[in-house]
Write a protein that binds this ligand. Structure first.
Ligand code: SAM
Ligand code: SF4
Length: 353
Protein backbone atom coordinates (compact mmCIF):
# COMPACT_ATOMS: atom_id res chain seq x y z
CA UNK A 1 0.00 0.00 0.00
CA UNK A 2 0.99 3.65 -0.18
CA UNK A 3 1.83 5.54 2.98
CA UNK A 4 0.78 9.13 3.61
CA UNK A 5 3.89 10.38 1.73
CA UNK A 6 2.96 8.32 -1.36
CA UNK A 7 5.76 5.78 -0.81
CA UNK A 8 4.95 2.20 -1.75
CA UNK A 9 5.41 -0.06 1.28
CA UNK A 10 6.06 -3.57 0.02
CA UNK A 11 8.84 -4.84 2.30
CA UNK A 12 8.65 -6.08 5.89
CA UNK A 13 11.57 -7.04 8.09
CA UNK A 14 10.53 -9.61 10.68
CA UNK A 15 12.65 -10.17 13.77
CA UNK A 16 11.89 -13.69 14.94
CA UNK A 17 13.95 -13.73 18.16
CA UNK A 18 15.95 -11.48 20.46
CA UNK A 19 18.40 -14.31 21.21
CA UNK A 20 21.83 -14.43 19.59
CA UNK A 21 24.87 -16.66 19.42
CA UNK A 22 27.21 -13.64 19.32
CA UNK A 23 27.74 -10.58 21.49
CA UNK A 24 28.64 -7.86 18.99
CA UNK A 25 29.77 -4.84 20.96
CA UNK A 26 27.58 -2.41 19.01
CA UNK A 27 24.44 -4.56 19.16
CA UNK A 28 24.20 -7.04 22.04
CA UNK A 29 27.22 -6.76 24.32
CA UNK A 30 27.53 -9.10 27.31
CA UNK A 31 24.95 -8.30 29.96
CA UNK A 32 21.99 -7.50 27.68
CA UNK A 33 18.97 -9.45 28.91
CA UNK A 34 16.56 -11.32 26.66
CA UNK A 35 12.78 -11.11 27.09
CA UNK A 36 10.87 -14.15 28.48
CA UNK A 37 10.25 -16.75 25.74
CA UNK A 38 6.49 -16.31 26.08
CA UNK A 39 6.83 -12.73 24.79
CA UNK A 40 8.22 -13.88 21.43
CA UNK A 41 5.75 -14.47 18.60
CA UNK A 42 4.97 -18.08 17.68
CA UNK A 43 5.20 -19.40 14.11
CA UNK A 44 1.43 -19.20 13.67
CA UNK A 45 1.35 -15.60 14.91
CA UNK A 46 4.05 -14.59 12.44
CA UNK A 47 2.14 -16.40 9.70
CA UNK A 48 -1.08 -14.55 10.62
CA UNK A 49 0.75 -11.21 10.41
CA UNK A 50 2.36 -12.17 7.09
CA UNK A 51 -1.07 -13.01 5.63
CA UNK A 52 -2.43 -9.60 6.65
CA UNK A 53 0.76 -7.91 5.39
CA UNK A 54 0.46 -9.60 1.99
CA UNK A 55 -3.14 -8.35 1.81
CA UNK A 56 -1.78 -4.82 2.25
CA UNK A 57 0.77 -5.24 -0.53
CA UNK A 58 3.86 -6.53 1.27
CA UNK A 59 5.69 -8.72 -1.27
CA UNK A 60 9.13 -9.15 0.26
CA UNK A 61 10.08 -10.34 3.71
CA UNK A 62 13.45 -10.35 5.45
CA UNK A 63 13.78 -12.76 8.36
CA UNK A 64 16.12 -11.27 10.97
CA UNK A 65 16.70 -11.12 14.72
CA UNK A 66 18.59 -11.37 17.07
CA UNK A 67 20.07 -14.31 15.29
CA UNK A 68 17.26 -15.97 13.31
CA UNK A 69 19.11 -19.30 13.22
CA UNK A 70 19.13 -19.33 17.03
CA UNK A 71 15.48 -20.29 16.59
CA UNK A 72 15.18 -23.99 15.75
CA UNK A 73 12.00 -23.57 13.69
CA UNK A 74 13.56 -20.93 11.41
CA UNK A 75 13.51 -23.12 8.25
CA UNK A 76 9.91 -24.09 8.98
CA UNK A 77 9.05 -20.42 9.26
CA UNK A 78 10.72 -19.63 5.93
CA UNK A 79 8.65 -22.39 4.31
CA UNK A 80 5.44 -21.01 5.88
CA UNK A 81 6.18 -17.46 4.75
CA UNK A 82 6.96 -18.65 1.23
CA UNK A 83 3.52 -20.30 1.10
CA UNK A 84 1.62 -17.09 1.91
CA UNK A 85 -0.10 -15.92 -1.30
CA UNK A 86 1.34 -12.57 -2.41
CA UNK A 87 4.73 -13.02 -0.69
CA UNK A 88 7.20 -13.20 -3.56
CA UNK A 89 10.56 -13.22 -1.82
CA UNK A 90 11.75 -14.36 1.59
CA UNK A 91 15.38 -13.68 2.49
CA UNK A 92 17.37 -13.95 5.72
CA UNK A 93 20.05 -11.98 7.54
CA UNK A 94 22.32 -14.13 9.72
CA UNK A 95 25.63 -13.88 11.54
CA UNK A 96 26.55 -17.10 9.70
CA UNK A 97 27.79 -19.00 12.76
CA UNK A 98 25.16 -21.77 12.44
CA UNK A 99 24.55 -21.25 8.74
CA UNK A 100 26.51 -24.37 7.73
CA UNK A 101 24.10 -26.45 9.79
CA UNK A 102 20.95 -24.85 8.36
CA UNK A 103 21.95 -24.05 4.78
CA UNK A 104 20.36 -27.13 3.20
CA UNK A 105 17.17 -26.62 5.23
CA UNK A 106 16.91 -22.98 4.16
CA UNK A 107 17.39 -23.90 0.51
CA UNK A 108 14.78 -26.67 0.76
CA UNK A 109 12.40 -24.18 2.38
CA UNK A 110 12.82 -21.91 -0.66
CA UNK A 111 14.97 -19.07 0.70
CA UNK A 112 15.52 -16.40 -1.98
CA UNK A 113 18.69 -14.80 -0.64
CA UNK A 114 21.11 -14.89 2.28
CA UNK A 115 22.84 -11.93 3.93
CA UNK A 116 25.79 -12.77 6.15
CA UNK A 117 26.97 -10.16 8.62
CA UNK A 118 30.74 -10.12 8.79
CA UNK A 119 32.77 -7.12 9.92
CA UNK A 120 36.30 -8.46 9.59
CA UNK A 121 38.38 -11.35 8.26
CA UNK A 122 40.88 -11.03 11.12
CA UNK A 123 40.31 -13.84 13.63
CA UNK A 124 41.44 -11.87 16.69
CA UNK A 125 39.45 -8.80 15.75
CA UNK A 126 36.39 -10.97 15.00
CA UNK A 127 36.63 -12.38 18.51
CA UNK A 128 37.06 -8.89 19.96
CA UNK A 129 33.94 -7.62 18.16
CA UNK A 130 31.65 -10.62 18.63
CA UNK A 131 32.96 -12.31 21.79
CA UNK A 132 33.41 -15.65 19.98
CA UNK A 133 36.11 -17.41 18.02
CA UNK A 134 33.72 -18.33 15.22
CA UNK A 135 35.23 -16.77 12.10
CA UNK A 136 36.17 -20.23 10.71
CA UNK A 137 32.54 -21.44 10.88
CA UNK A 138 31.26 -18.28 9.19
CA UNK A 139 33.84 -18.47 6.40
CA UNK A 140 33.09 -22.16 5.76
CA UNK A 141 29.35 -21.41 5.48
CA UNK A 142 30.01 -18.34 3.32
CA UNK A 143 32.04 -20.36 0.81
CA UNK A 144 29.31 -23.01 0.59
CA UNK A 145 26.56 -20.41 0.27
CA UNK A 146 28.49 -18.60 -2.48
CA UNK A 147 28.22 -21.77 -4.59
CA UNK A 148 24.41 -21.74 -4.46
CA UNK A 149 22.25 -20.27 -7.22
CA UNK A 150 20.80 -17.60 -4.89
CA UNK A 151 22.11 -14.11 -4.10
CA UNK A 152 24.53 -13.97 -1.17
CA UNK A 153 25.53 -10.66 0.40
CA UNK A 154 28.07 -9.78 3.06
CA UNK A 155 27.11 -6.93 5.42
CA UNK A 156 29.73 -5.07 7.44
CA UNK A 157 29.09 -2.10 9.69
CA UNK A 158 31.24 0.97 9.12
CA UNK A 159 33.01 1.91 12.34
CA UNK A 160 36.61 2.38 13.44
CA UNK A 161 37.48 -1.24 14.25
CA UNK A 162 41.10 -0.31 14.90
CA UNK A 163 39.98 1.25 18.17
CA UNK A 164 38.20 -2.00 19.19
CA UNK A 165 41.35 -3.98 18.29
CA UNK A 166 43.52 -1.72 20.44
CA UNK A 167 41.12 -1.88 23.39
CA UNK A 168 40.93 -5.69 23.04
CA UNK A 169 44.71 -5.95 23.18
CA UNK A 170 45.25 -6.99 19.55
CA UNK A 171 46.48 -3.68 18.01
CA UNK A 172 48.17 -5.54 15.16
CA UNK A 173 44.81 -6.93 13.93
CA UNK A 174 43.93 -5.87 10.40
CA UNK A 175 40.85 -3.63 10.43
CA UNK A 176 41.15 -2.63 6.78
CA UNK A 177 37.91 -2.69 4.75
CA UNK A 178 39.87 -3.89 1.70
CA UNK A 179 40.07 -7.50 2.96
CA UNK A 180 36.26 -7.55 2.87
CA UNK A 181 35.90 -6.01 -0.59
CA UNK A 182 38.41 -8.54 -1.88
CA UNK A 183 35.83 -11.26 -1.06
CA UNK A 184 33.80 -9.92 -3.98
CA UNK A 185 36.80 -10.50 -6.26
CA UNK A 186 37.03 -14.15 -5.24
CA UNK A 187 33.37 -15.10 -4.74
CA UNK A 188 30.11 -14.13 -6.48
CA UNK A 189 28.92 -12.21 -3.41
CA UNK A 190 28.04 -8.55 -2.94
CA UNK A 191 29.96 -6.89 -0.10
CA UNK A 192 28.06 -4.04 1.53
CA UNK A 193 29.06 -1.50 4.15
CA UNK A 194 26.42 -0.08 6.49
CA UNK A 195 26.76 3.25 8.24
CA UNK A 196 26.34 2.75 11.98
CA UNK A 197 23.02 4.12 13.19
CA UNK A 198 22.67 5.68 16.66
CA UNK A 199 20.26 2.99 17.91
CA UNK A 200 20.87 1.01 21.11
CA UNK A 201 24.58 0.32 21.66
CA UNK A 202 25.26 1.69 18.18
CA UNK A 203 25.16 5.13 19.86
CA UNK A 204 28.52 4.36 21.45
CA UNK A 205 30.26 4.05 18.07
CA UNK A 206 30.90 6.78 15.56
CA UNK A 207 30.02 5.81 12.01
CA UNK A 208 32.53 6.09 9.21
CA UNK A 209 31.28 8.70 6.74
CA UNK A 210 30.59 6.81 3.51
CA UNK A 211 31.51 9.84 1.43
CA UNK A 212 35.05 9.36 2.79
CA UNK A 213 34.91 5.59 2.33
CA UNK A 214 33.77 6.02 -1.28
CA UNK A 215 36.73 8.33 -1.92
CA UNK A 216 39.12 5.69 -0.55
CA UNK A 217 37.41 3.00 -2.60
CA UNK A 218 37.82 5.05 -5.79
CA UNK A 219 41.52 5.47 -5.01
CA UNK A 220 41.93 1.73 -4.40
CA UNK A 221 39.86 0.68 -7.41
CA UNK A 222 40.24 3.50 -10.00
CA UNK A 223 38.18 1.57 -12.59
CA UNK A 224 35.24 1.17 -10.24
CA UNK A 225 31.89 2.17 -11.78
CA UNK A 226 28.41 2.62 -10.43
CA UNK A 227 26.39 -0.57 -10.90
CA UNK A 228 22.78 0.22 -11.68
CA UNK A 229 21.56 -3.34 -12.04
CA UNK A 230 18.90 -4.67 -9.64
CA UNK A 231 20.45 -6.19 -6.51
CA UNK A 232 17.50 -6.60 -4.18
CA UNK A 233 14.96 -4.35 -2.50
CA UNK A 234 17.08 -2.21 -0.20
CA UNK A 235 18.68 1.24 -0.38
CA UNK A 236 22.29 0.18 -1.14
CA UNK A 237 24.16 1.99 -3.92
CA UNK A 238 26.31 -0.54 -5.79
CA UNK A 239 29.66 -0.34 -7.60
CA UNK A 240 31.38 -2.79 -9.92
CA UNK A 241 35.11 -3.34 -10.08
CA UNK A 242 36.34 -4.95 -13.31
CA UNK A 243 37.36 -8.56 -12.66
CA UNK A 244 35.26 -8.88 -9.50
CA UNK A 245 32.58 -11.60 -9.32
CA UNK A 246 30.39 -9.56 -6.96
CA UNK A 247 29.64 -5.87 -6.42
CA UNK A 248 30.44 -3.50 -3.58
CA UNK A 249 27.52 -1.72 -1.91
CA UNK A 250 27.17 1.26 0.39
CA UNK A 251 24.17 1.69 2.68
CA UNK A 252 24.47 5.23 3.91
CA UNK A 253 21.55 5.95 6.23
CA UNK A 254 23.34 8.92 7.82
CA UNK A 255 25.36 10.60 5.05
CA UNK A 256 23.12 9.55 2.16
CA UNK A 257 19.64 9.69 3.70
CA UNK A 258 17.25 7.59 1.59
CA UNK A 259 14.00 8.09 3.54
CA UNK A 260 12.17 9.55 0.53
CA UNK A 261 12.26 6.12 -1.11
CA UNK A 262 11.85 4.01 2.05
CA UNK A 263 9.70 0.95 1.34
CA UNK A 264 9.70 -0.89 4.66
CA UNK A 265 8.11 -1.60 8.01
CA UNK A 266 9.61 -3.66 10.83
CA UNK A 267 8.02 -6.27 13.06
CA UNK A 268 9.82 -6.83 16.36
CA UNK A 269 10.16 -10.32 17.83
CA UNK A 270 7.48 -9.34 20.35
CA UNK A 271 4.96 -8.39 17.70
CA UNK A 272 5.27 -4.59 17.63
CA UNK A 273 5.03 -3.17 14.12
CA UNK A 274 7.31 -0.15 13.66
CA UNK A 275 7.16 2.18 10.71
CA UNK A 276 10.60 3.78 11.21
CA UNK A 277 13.76 2.62 12.98
CA UNK A 278 14.25 6.01 14.57
CA UNK A 279 10.96 6.36 16.47
CA UNK A 280 9.04 4.24 19.00
CA UNK A 281 5.73 4.76 17.20
CA UNK A 282 3.92 1.69 15.97
CA UNK A 283 1.13 -0.75 16.78
CA UNK A 284 1.07 -3.73 19.14
CA UNK A 285 -0.04 -6.67 16.99
CA UNK A 286 0.61 -9.22 19.74
CA UNK A 287 -2.12 -7.59 21.79
CA UNK A 288 -4.52 -8.25 18.91
CA UNK A 289 -3.29 -11.82 18.52
CA UNK A 290 -3.42 -12.71 22.22
CA UNK A 291 -6.21 -10.40 23.38
CA UNK A 292 -4.89 -9.53 26.83
CA UNK A 293 -3.69 -13.03 27.79
CA UNK A 294 -1.17 -12.75 30.62
CA UNK A 295 2.19 -14.46 30.78
CA UNK A 296 2.15 -17.61 32.93
CA UNK A 297 4.71 -18.32 35.65
CA UNK A 298 8.06 -19.70 34.49
CA UNK A 299 9.95 -19.28 31.23
CA UNK A 300 7.81 -21.10 28.66
CA UNK A 301 6.98 -20.60 24.98
CA UNK A 302 3.62 -19.23 23.90
CA UNK A 303 1.37 -21.86 22.33
CA UNK A 304 -1.11 -20.95 19.61
CA UNK A 305 -4.60 -22.12 20.63
CA UNK A 306 -5.66 -25.43 19.05
CA UNK A 307 -8.33 -25.01 16.38
CA UNK A 308 -7.55 -21.34 15.66
CA UNK A 309 -6.37 -20.52 12.11
CA UNK A 310 -3.81 -17.80 11.19
CA UNK A 311 -6.11 -16.82 8.32
CA UNK A 312 -9.21 -16.49 10.56
CA UNK A 313 -11.33 -13.73 9.05
CA UNK A 314 -11.99 -11.59 12.16
CA UNK A 315 -8.34 -11.86 13.25
CA UNK A 316 -7.23 -10.81 9.77
CA UNK A 317 -9.61 -7.86 9.76
CA UNK A 318 -8.20 -6.56 13.06
CA UNK A 319 -4.56 -7.13 12.08
CA UNK A 320 -5.07 -5.45 8.72
CA UNK A 321 -6.71 -2.40 10.27
CA UNK A 322 -3.87 -2.01 12.81
CA UNK A 323 -1.12 -2.52 10.22
CA UNK A 324 -2.71 0.01 7.93
CA UNK A 325 -2.64 2.49 10.80
CA UNK A 326 1.08 1.82 11.38
CA UNK A 327 1.90 2.32 7.71
CA UNK A 328 -0.05 5.56 7.57
CA UNK A 329 1.85 6.94 10.58
CA UNK A 330 5.21 6.34 8.88
CA UNK A 331 7.17 9.59 9.27
CA UNK A 332 8.70 11.43 6.33
CA UNK A 333 12.27 10.82 7.52
CA UNK A 334 14.50 9.68 10.36
CA UNK A 335 16.27 12.20 12.57
CA UNK A 336 19.55 10.40 13.29
CA UNK A 337 21.41 13.65 12.60
CA UNK A 338 19.51 15.19 15.52
CA UNK A 339 19.90 12.65 18.37
CA UNK A 340 17.72 14.60 20.81
CA UNK A 341 14.69 13.84 18.65
CA UNK A 342 15.23 10.06 18.40
CA UNK A 343 12.49 8.37 20.45
CA UNK A 344 13.48 4.72 19.89
CA UNK A 345 15.07 3.46 23.11
CA UNK A 346 15.17 -0.29 22.37
CA UNK A 347 18.30 -2.16 21.32
CA UNK A 348 18.83 -3.38 17.77
CA UNK A 349 18.63 -6.92 19.11
CA UNK A 350 14.96 -6.51 20.03
CA UNK A 351 13.97 -4.41 17.00
CA UNK A 352 15.77 -6.49 14.38
CA UNK A 353 18.46 -4.76 12.32
N1 SAM B 1 22.11 -11.60 13.81
C1 SAM B 1 21.83 -11.29 12.47
C2 SAM B 1 23.03 -10.63 11.81
O1 SAM B 1 23.97 -10.26 12.52
O2 SAM B 1 22.98 -10.49 10.59
C3 SAM B 1 20.59 -10.45 12.23
C4 SAM B 1 20.33 -9.31 13.17
S1 SAM B 1 21.53 -8.01 13.16
C5 SAM B 1 20.77 -6.85 14.29
C6 SAM B 1 21.27 -7.32 11.53
C7 SAM B 1 22.31 -6.36 11.08
O3 SAM B 1 22.21 -5.16 11.80
C8 SAM B 1 23.75 -6.83 11.22
O4 SAM B 1 24.37 -6.74 9.95
C9 SAM B 1 24.37 -5.85 12.18
O5 SAM B 1 25.72 -5.62 11.91
C10 SAM B 1 23.51 -4.62 11.94
N2 SAM B 1 23.49 -3.64 13.02
C11 SAM B 1 23.39 -3.86 14.35
N3 SAM B 1 23.36 -2.68 15.02
C12 SAM B 1 23.44 -1.71 14.08
C13 SAM B 1 23.44 -0.27 14.13
N4 SAM B 1 23.33 0.40 15.28
N5 SAM B 1 23.53 0.40 12.95
C14 SAM B 1 23.63 -0.26 11.77
N6 SAM B 1 23.62 -1.59 11.66
C15 SAM B 1 23.52 -2.31 12.81
FE1 SF4 C 1 23.83 -10.92 17.19
FE2 SF4 C 1 23.57 -9.92 14.74
FE3 SF4 C 1 23.48 -8.32 16.92
FE4 SF4 C 1 25.77 -9.44 16.27
S1 SF4 C 1 24.62 -7.97 15.02
S2 SF4 C 1 24.87 -9.36 18.35
S3 SF4 C 1 25.13 -11.33 15.43
S4 SF4 C 1 22.02 -9.87 16.38
Amino acid sequence: MKDSKNRTIDYMRISITDRCSLRCKYCMPYGVECVPRWDILSLEEIEAIAIAAAGLGIKKIKVTGGEPLARKDCCQLVRLLKSVPGIEKVTITTNGVQLGQYLDGLVEAGIDGINISLDTLDRELYRAITGRDALGDVMAALKRAAGLPIPVKINAVSIDFKEIAVRAGCPEASADWRSLTELAREYPVDVRFIEMMPIGYGKEFKTVNHEDLLKEMRETYPDMEEDESEHGFGPAVYYRVPGFLGSIGLISAIHGKFCASCNRVRLTSQGYLKSCLCYEDGVDLREILRGGETRPEGDCHYFWPAGRKPGDRELQRRLTEAMERAILMKPAAHCFENPGRITESHNMISIGG
